[in-house]
Design a protein around this ligand. Structure first.
Ligand SMILES: CC(C)(COP(=O)(O)OP(=O)(O)OC[C@H]1O[C@@H](n2cnc3c(N)ncnc32)[C@H](O)[C@@H]1OP(=O)(O)O)[C@@H](O)C(=O)NCCC(=O)NCCS
Length: 171
């Protein structure tokens, strides 16, 4: 399978926060944001591998700033690393000032998707080529996040997580 660049998976989704999307204090409801994040990231993963994908894990979501009703929200997703059948996807969430057009980063999410066949069995995916400095940084750190996710999911023993352990070893 021919490796593909991160940019080839770029998926951009723009939404407006409508009254039905808000919580009890008038800001975007976190569950609604997660829905947008999951769909945008899934499309990025599908663009990378050309297969049907399922969400295997939501590895990290940060809600750094509240997003007010009527805000224009842009979600940008790209595959950050591909393994055998799984792909890590990063989603950057921006809020746009409707008057000035200025964009502020509000959230970040990291998810893992797996390519599957018609029986739900995992399928191999192309490797990822990281080009920009940010893509390279995310590519490098993806192995640690994968090990942490597998430990939390009960799929890896902590002592097997060599990449993760290296973070905590002091010379
Ligand atoms: C994800 C799923 C396809 C994995 O199937 P499986 O039979 O366990 O397959 P495997 O053990 O071979 O794992 C497949 C890949 O998923 C990865 N994976 C599974 N769980 C993971 C987790 N919690 N975090 C990170 N990666 C995970 C494995 O590391 C493996 O990656 P690799 O092939 O790149 O090495 C299966 O668990 C599934 O269908 N889950 C439900 C998905 C779903 O319905 N999502 C919608 C939201 S509810």
């Amino acid at each position: 399978m021919k490796p593909r660049t991160a940019h080839q998976s770029l998926t951009i989704n723009t939404e407006v926060v409508l009254p039905n999307d808000t919580n009890h204090v008038g800001n975007l409801f976190g569950g609604k944001l997660l829905q947008w994040v999951d769909i945008t990231a899934a499309i990025a993963a599908q663009r990378h591998c050309g297969r049907v994908v399922v969400t295997a894990a939501i590895n990290h979501v940060s809600f750094d700033n509240p997003i007010k009703q009527n805000s224009v929200v842009t979600l940008e997703a790209k595959v950050s690393r591909a393994f055998t059948s799984s792909m890590e996807v990063y989603v950057d969430v921006w809020v746009e000032n409707p008057v000035t057009g200025e964009k502020t980063k509000c959230n970040e999410a990291i998810l893992t998707f797996v390519a599957i066949d018609q029986n739900g069995a995992p399928l191999p995916v192309p490797q990822l080529i990281a080009e920009t400095d940010e893509e390279k940084k995310r590519f490098e750190s993806a192995l640690r996040r994968r090990q942490l996710s597998l430990i939390l999911g009960g799929r890896m023993k902590p002592e097997e997580a060599t990449e993760l352990k290296a973070l905590f070893v002091v010379d």
